[in-house]
Design a protein. Structure first.
Length: 91
């Protein structure tokens, strides 16, 4: 794994631990707002990872396709990115 992939994996492992912690406080009957706050922190951490992965995709796969000679590939990656943003707007 390259350094950036390692950082992404480490962030995901940290999030996984955080989710396990929330599971435990739910089982222990923690105050609902505390649980909601912890879930918000997890969502923010996932958004950060998503942004890092998207940035990497834009600087590698998308850049390669746009600089390439294949118009179908350029259109495919543009549609792929638009699909990601359109899906986010629906949630």
């Amino acid at each position: 794994m390259d350094e950036e992939t390692t950082k992404i994996v480490n962030r995901l492992k940290s999030i996984e631990g955080h989710v396990r912690g929330v599971e435990k406080i739910v089982e222990d009957g923690a105050y609902c707002i505390d649980i909601v706050n912890q879930i918000g922190a997890i969502q923010a951490a996932l958004q950060k990872v998503s942004g890092v992965v998207l940035d990497r995709h834009l600087h590698t796969c998308v850049t390669t396709a746009i600089r390439g000679d294949n118009p179908d590939e350029r259109e495919r990656v543009i549609n792929e990115i638009m699909g990601v943003f359109n899906a986010k707007g629906k949630s």
